[in-house]
Design a protein around this ligand. Structure first.
Ligand code: PLP
Length: 457
């Protein structure tokens, strides 16, 4: 064996021995070791330790939105690391990158969503939103107002509260995630949310749940503008507006989980802008730093912060060591500058057409492809045994995994949805992907589907 093979084998063995992977099969890891070891990223491409190159068709975890290997983001991090790598934001200590990026966020968010509370990631952002909102209601003399309503198939993270807000059983049953005060509604019952109480599914709608529990017990409604991990589910037109109106009717806060959708992913700066609504809170993470360093945030209305300040002169007993991390904030600031300077959001809107055309030609040539959906560069399709009759492969998730593997073998990493029974393939490449690069991905999809069709027969 040459030196490189020996090194690779050594790393694989150490990985198997010492590294437990998130959201992965523990047994497969013990049997086979890591599935890839990546050593380099450049633009939309990743290179593994064997020198094989892949298109990063999920922007890693829907976060490396500006692509890999950008010198400007590296330089922003390096400058900050050399000047002031870290300092605390507790006790009203502050630092320039955190101040500047808060102001920038206020400029690009809709409405009066002008105040930012920083965290280290998405789960922490959602958890923070729940706690700050519950504290608010307590201070308002409504301590019973604790329940959070979210949607089935929604994904909000893995801390206890965020897990319970997540509407996917496999996450909830893992470790038996107890946390009281969370309810899940059936998604996209627009008519119910508008007030149709005669609908057969009314009881499981958000409105039905508010009525059953009593509005005085509901603190907030949380949802993704487009559901990501739960299968790339796009709400029907008018749904978010109906939920906004419903929350207004009962004085309940609306939290938009923009952790995937935020910062240009859907061809708008924020996902809620596709429906022209302003939520009371937005939680963000991932794309805020293009994934280069960890950062998350809860963005709230100025009027909410003002009211909170008037309700209490006590301390906000909530905050993370890394809330307002100078280096993370410096990278976020540069990321937001690049988004603007390079007109990334309008580029995404143009690339949406390329993806839609790609899906159209896949559907024409490949009999199992169906249900294509695409908003900006957030897209997916399903593979069904018989699309005409909605007959899934048995079991559906294996079919999605087989297709995913065929794509990987040909140099395209995509995400088969990991939810049970799901037959969905998600494609969400970096926002800087060019037309030629997206077409390259679709050529691979087509070859992979041809191989898949032979295997699945
Ligand atoms: N919310 C959404 C919509 C997400 O997609 C994710 C992560 O995938 C999270 C929350 C959790 O974020 P994190 O993994 O940074 O805690």
């Amino acid at each position: 064996a040459n030196v490189k093979d020996t090194l690779t084998e050594q790393l694989r063995e150490w990985d198997r021995n010492y590294f437990m992977h998130p959201t992965s099969s523990v047994r497969a890891h013990q049997e086979h070791g890591p599935s890839h070891i990546f050593t380099k990223g450049e633009g939309i491409y990743l290179t593994d330790i064997n020198g094989k190159t892949y298109i990063d068709g999920l922007s890693s975890l829907w976060n490396v939105n500006l692509g890999h290997g950008r010198k400007d983001l590296a330089e922003a991090a390096r400058n900050q690391l050399e000047t002031l790598p870290f300092t605390s934001s507790f006790n009203n200590f502050s630092n320039e990158p955190a101040i500047r990026v808060s102001k920038k966020i206020a400029e690009i968010t809709p409405g009066d969503l002008n105040v930012t509370f920083f965290t280290s990631g998405g789960s922490e952002s959602n958890e923070s939103a729940f706690k700050i909102i519950r504290e608010y209601w307590k201070l308002k003399g409504q301590p019973e107002r604790t329940n959070i309503i979210s949607l089935q198939k929604g994904y909000h993270g893995v801390t206890l509260g965020a897990t319970r807000a997540t509407g996917m059983d496999n996450f909830n049953t893992f470790g038996t995630s107890f946390a009281p005060g969370f309810l899940q509604a059936t998604p996209y019952l627009t008519e119910c949310e508008k007030g149709d109480t005669t609908h057969p599914n009314y009881a499981s709608s958000i409105r039905g749940m508010i009525e059953k529990e009593g509005p005085e017990k509901i603190a907030a409604v949380m949802m993704e503008p487009i559901q990501g991990a739960g299968g790339l589910n796009v709400p029907p037109k008018g749904y978010l507006q109906a939920v906004r109106a419903l929350c207004d009717e009962f004085g309940i806060f609306l939290i938009a989980d923009e952790i995937i959708c935020g910062f240009g992913r859907t061809g708008k700066m924020f996902g809620v802008e596709n429906e022209g609504i302003v939520p009371d809170f937005m939680t963000v993470a991932k794309g805020i730093t293009s994934g280069y360093v960890p950062l998350g945030a809860v963005i709230m209305r100025e009027s909410f912060r003002d009211e909170l300040a008037s309700l209490t002169d006590g301390i906000l007993f909530h905050g993370f060591t890394y809330s307002g991390h100078p280096t993370s904030c410096a990278v976020a600031l540069k990321t937001l500058e690049v988004l603007e300077k390079e007109n990334i959001v309008s580029h995404v809107k143009e690339m949406e057409i390329v993806v839609k055309n790609g899906f159209a030609s896949l559907i024409e040539r490949h009999p199992h492809v169906t249900n294509d959906r695409c908003v900006g560069l957030l897209s997916a399709f399903d593979v069904f045994k018989e699309p005409e009759t909605n007959t899934p492969f048995q079991p559906a998730e294996f079919a999605a995994q087989i297709l995913s593997k065929e794509c990987e073998d040909r140099g395209l990493i995509i995400r088969p949805v990991m939810y049970k029974g799901a037959n969905t393939i998600v494609f969400a490449p970096p926002l800087v992907s060019t037309k030629a690069e997206i077409e390259e991905a679709f050529a691979i999809f087509s070859d992979a589907l041809t191989a898949f069709e032979k295997r699945i027969q």
